[in-house]
Write a protein that binds this ligand. Structure first.
Ligand SMILES: *Cc1c(COP(=O)(O)O)cnc(C)c1O
Length: 482
């Protein structure tokens, strides 16, 4: 990011956002956006773990989600190791629960398990995936602000390690269902510490105006959080393990996590004293950010881990509190950068866009691909930015400001809002969009009766189908024609 405010480097477009630098070499890959084993091979073609995108396209078609298995395993391990190291002297390490909602299939559940992480779910369907993958219930958690009786029963049936209770009413329901089964439910209470983190900053307010969790605010006397602790402690069918919070997603700076940790530890200490309880666990949630474009600068896991450990250590010392066992729940930070989506380019057009004042125009190139908002809803849902590269070949052509768009019947169907792609991109070229591991396949839809793409895992020079793509028969399977 060498660009100065208001100054465009040679060739850059005035239509581009300030954060988008004009590339000196559009073939270059920005390492932080990609799996570690993605590189340009022969002919400038993108390869992952030694497998070329043209081979992937020939075998599996496009669009295609391409996951690097080694990269997933490495990121999972690195997260666990970084937090274990930072918290070793505080609570003997950290339990890492992969947030399955970010991207889950049976094979990924098994990768998570074999790397020593546990798995968080938030629906009966996600529990079904975990069960099919053969995971031990002990290593699973269940979230959700509106769990059904069937989901609570299933969690108890599977002997889940943790049910994260979200409200007083749900606490009563879990207690009653567990009592009816003659079992004890292992429970964490989800609290809202009044810290909400946006992408680049966090705000701390007294109340949290959102649907999740038990309020810690005691403005009206006893807080909902305290009522829940006292009530849970009184239920014979509840084994109250501790407290939980989750302050947001795609967070880059540690301050929000630090403040939440301090507030929860202080509350945990007060509850232990007041109710003569032991709350052995504290889950600080997920939300660690990743880079979607070159302008994003996430901190390494070790930096965040060390910052959080320092706060936990200091707070426990101040309160003379024996530290609870800490757990965290990263989703995006583990899977996000492991995956890219491979598309084929179709229709191209260039429009001339008026600059402010209306006298001058600048070209914007629309590059249509064979997927779009059905395989990546995040640009539409969250205004999320992505990047893209020409994947099937290198090019010496001058980069042109481009907008990658999908094939759906919406003008908002944007895959990458602003990116410089080589000016010679033509129909039939392959494009790769990195950072599509989290919340893309998971949020995919059949809008316009477009089948959901397959998911391929690549490792050691071999690619295999993890989830097959949908067929027209799949699309029509539930249409009874009645
Ligand atoms: C979504 C979610 C996560 C994971 O969030 P990421 O941003 O993917 O790390 C963790 N915990 C809870 C409770 C969540 O809802």
């Amino acid at each position: 990011m060498t660009e100065q405010a208001g100054v465009r480097e040679t060739g850059g477009s005035e239509l581009a956002p300030d954060w988008l630098a004009y590339p000196t070499n559009a073939n270059e890959l920005t390492p932080k956006l990609w799996a570690h084993d993605v590189e340009r091979g022969e002919g400038g073609q993108l390869t992952v773990a030694g497998v070329s995108v043209s081979e992937l396209k020939a075998r599996f078609g496009s669009p295609l989600y391409v996951v690097s298995e080694a990269d997933f395993r490495t990121r999972a391990r690195d997260f666990k190791d970084a937090f274990d190291a930072a918290f070793a002297d505080i609570c003997g390490g950290v339990d890492v629960d992969y947030a399955g909602k970010s991207f889950l299939c049976t094979e990924i559940a098994r990768w998570v398990d074999s790397e020593g992480l546990r798995l968080d779910t938030c629906s009966g369907g996600e529990l079904a995936v975990a069960a099919r993958a053969g995971l031990d219930g002990d290593r699973l958690g269940l979230h959700g602000n509106n769990k059904s009786d069937a989901e609570i029963n299933r969690a108890l049936e599977m002997k889940l390690g943790r049910i994260v209770v979200d409200s007083l009413a749900e606490l009563d329901r879990v207690a009653a269902i567990a009592a009816g089964r003659g079992e004890r439910a292992r429970v964490l209470l989800r609290l809202t510490p009044g810290v909400h983190a946006h992408t680049h900053e966090f705000i701390a307010t007294a109340h949290e105006d959102q649907k999740f969790g038990l309020s810690m605010s005691a403005d009206d006397g006893v807080s909902a959080a305290e009522q829940a602790v006292a009530t849970a402690a009184g239920y014979a069918s509840i084994d109250l393990l501790g407290l939980h919070c989750h302050i947001g997603s795609q967070i880059f700076e540690p301050e929000g996590f630090e403040l939440a940790a301090e507030r929860l530890l202080t509350f945990l200490d007060a509850m232990q004293r007041k109710y003569a309880l032991l709350l052995p666990e504290l889950d600080l949630g997920g939300g660690y950010g990743i880079a979607y474009t070159a302008a994003d600068t996430p901190r390494p896991a070790a930096d965040i881990a060390n910052a959080m450990a320092a706060v936990v250590r200091a707070t426990c010392q101040r309160l003379d509190l024996a530290a609870p066992r800490i757990s965290i729940e990263p989703g995006r930070a583990i899977v996000g950068s492991t995956t890219f989506t491979l598309y084929e380019v179709g229709t191209l057009k260039t429009v001339n866009v008026e600059l402010e004042g209306g006298q001058v125009t600048r070209p914007r190139r629309y590059v249509s691909v064979d997927g779009g908002m059905s395989d990546n809803a995040r640009p539409v849902l969250y205004d999320a930015d992505y990047s893209a590269v020409l994947a099937g070949r290198a090019s010496a052509a001058a980069p042109a400001l481009s907008r990658v768009v999908g094939k759906h019947c919406e003008s908002g169907d944007i895959v990458v809002r602003d990116v410089y792609l080589p000016g010679d991109v033509v129909a039939g070229d392959l494009l790769a969009v990195p950072g599509t591991g989290a919340y893309c396949w998971a949020l995919a839809s059949n809008y316009n009766y477009v089948p959901r793409p397959p998911v391929v895992a690549v490792r050691d020079g071999a690619a295999r189908l993890m989830v097959r793509g949908e067929t027209e028969d799949d699309l029509l399977a539930r249409d009874l024609g009645a």
